[in-house]
Write a protein that binds this ligand. Structure first.
Ligand code: F6P
Length: 529
């Protein structure tokens, strides 16, 4: 494709952006605004985008831009298994990993062969995970495993780790049942602080690496094997404790990982899109295979929505095109992802990798330099904690930072006052969304200060410092409840958002040559030293 700036809709949007933009306070007062809501059937997710800084005409042009950029045709090409990752000559088929078992025809557009491959390996993963949970897979001493340590980094860590936190009520409480731990950083403390409380004789080590060459993971794996050995699990007995998850089984085999404990996936699964594959093993061990399959089904439900919903009601398209307006036409370089359920503590870092490793590109697929902004700097964390840290800058700083809020509508933590906790959390979410949008002008600030009992003379000098510009575009994603199914749908929503933005910008979201440079550089420096 050529530059998106040559598309008629891009030019229309440029003209709109050059006009004076009404404040969100005014936009919100316009009739019909409340219609800016959409939901995806069967996913429990609703998107409220009433507080995005555009009106109906701009929204129509953004949808037109998606059409002119060929988003729908590109989407269909991905689901068909076309080679859309052109720089690596690969298909991009993480969507096949969550296909409905037994599906054929349009429900499995990637074809019967891939469908079968995926199902076979998924059945192996699920059976193994459940057997470990049930204590049927024995350690070298014949005991059941009490702990599993997943060693991996980036896409081989973030997805299952994030999801295990998000689904913590389904995981062991640490007193009984299998405990699942994650180690990614090769700093010695990261591994030591996990292993020091574990018994090598009842600990299973999963080494999760697509390439099985990543230096950080191999360093941790070698160290964990040494710890097993020092703990009495000597070399000949170690295979009972070792599991490999990789797209390079010949490499893990050569390193001594037994074939029956090796689970695989394929080069058409990008690391940051791999939680649905065998790399989801630690998650399946943590929550059980039934819940893991529900998680996959949630992703599949979002795929169905993405493939069939009209663009104007299509959640990934709405998120993506709101982002394009903010990034390319309102010139906001960053995007905050602010999650209010505390179990989503790792969701923003997970999406950060997915988004920034995918769309942090300055060259288009046609080899030309991108002449538009591409991926935003995505950052974030938990909303309430953020309110007491960086939200001040959002309200009164000199940056305009668009926000995506994530909240859950119902929650069932077994704590006596859980309902009150939930009320406070969502009250804050709603208040922040509204405050960032409408702000508070000088006249209202003066009134507020005088209502507090200040005189006009006392209040006036501080009116500017006590006012809030507002006009911060934001959306809220409401999830009915945080179950495996809904989490799957939420992740798939963000995957498709990233896809749509890449399609508009004409970039390849599925390679990561920048990361490769760092890896190559480290290797060459190692040789020289
Ligand atoms: O799974 P591997 O091959 O160890 O790579 C780990 C991660 O490294 C990256 O290449 C960069 O972080 C990711 O894409 C990948 O998920």
């Amino acid at each position: 494709m050529t530059s998106p700036t040559t598309l008629p809709a891009w030019q229309t949007l440029t003209q709109f952006a050059a006009l004076p933009q009404p404040h969100l306070r005014e936009r919100l007062a316009q009739p019909g605004r409340e219609a800016m809501q959409a939901s995806a059937d069967g996913t429990g997710i609703r998107l409220d985008f009433t507080r995005q800084a555009f009106d109906g005409a701009i929204w129509a042009a953004l949808l037109q831009l998606a059409r002119e950029a060929g988003v729908e045709a590109q989407r269909d090409a991905m689901f068909r298994g076309d080679t859309i990752n052109t720089s690596e000559q690969r298909a991009v088929l993480h969507v096949a990993l969550r296909g409905t078992p037994g599906a054929t025809g349009d429900a499995a557009p990637w074809g019967a062969e891939i469908q079968q491959l995926v199902q076979n390996e998924l059945d192996r993963v699920c059976a193994f995970a459940d057997r470990v949970r049930a204590g049927e897979v024995k350690s070298s001493t014949g005991a059941a495993f009490t702990d599993v340590v997943n060693i991996g980094i980036g896409g081989s860590d973030l997805g299952p780790r994030m999801a295990a936190d998000a689904l913590a009520p389904l995981c062991s409480d640490g007193k009984t049942g299998l405990r699942v731990h994650f180690v990614s950083n090769p700093d010695a403390w990261a591994l030591h602080s996990t292993l020091r409380n574990l018994d090598p004789k009842t600990t299973m080590v999963i080494v999760a690496s697509k390439t099985f060459t990543t230096q950080e993971t191999m360093t941790n794996a070698a160290s964990a094997r040494r710890w097993l050995e020092d703990g009495g699990v000597i070399d000949g007995q170690q295979s009972a404790h070792l599991v490999a998850i990789t797209a390079a089984p010949q490499k893990s085999g050569a390193a001594g990982y037994p074939a029956e404990h090796t689970f695989t996936f394929w080069d058409w699964v990008g690391g940051r899109y791999s939680v649905w594959s065998a790399l989801g093993m630690p998650l399946a061990m943590a929550i059980g295979s039934k819940a893991f399959r529900e998680f996959l089904a949630g992703g599949q439900a979002m795929d169905a929505h993405f493939r069939s919903a009209p663009l104007e009601q299509n959640l990934p398209v709405i998120l993506a095109m709101s982002g394009v307006w903010n990034r390319n036409f309102l010139n906001c370089p960053t995007q905050l992802l602010s999650c209010y359920p505390s179990r989503l503590v790792r969701f923003a870092p997970f999406v950060q990798q997915m988004d920034m490793e995918s769309n942090g590109k300055r060259t288009r697929k046609d080899g030309q330099p991108a002449d538009t902004g591409t991926g935003a700097i995505l950052w974030g964390g938990l909303g309430i904690d953020g309110q007491h840290a960086y939200f001040q800058l959002l309200h009164q700083g000199t940056h305009r930072v668009p926000v995506e809020f994530v909240g859950v509508e119902s929650e069932d933590t077994p704590l006596p006052l859980a309902a009150e906790h939930h009320r406070v959390v969502n009250l804050n979410l709603r208040a922040q969304s509204q405050a960032l949008a409408v702000g508070r002008n000088a006249a209202d600030t003066l009134k507020a200060l005088m209502a507090e009992g200040q005189t006009l003379e006392q209040a006036e000098p501080f009116v500017t410092q006590r006012s809030f510009a507002g006009d911060v575009p934001n959306s809220v994603l409401w999830i009915d409840q945080l179950t495996p199914h809904r989490l799957g749908a939420l992740i798939a929503l963000y995957e498709h958002k990233v896809f749509v933005q890449a399609a508009v910008w004409g970039i390849n979201a599925y390679d990561q040559w920048g990361v490769e440079l760092g890896k190559t550089m480290a290797k060459s420096m190692e040789k020289q030293s």
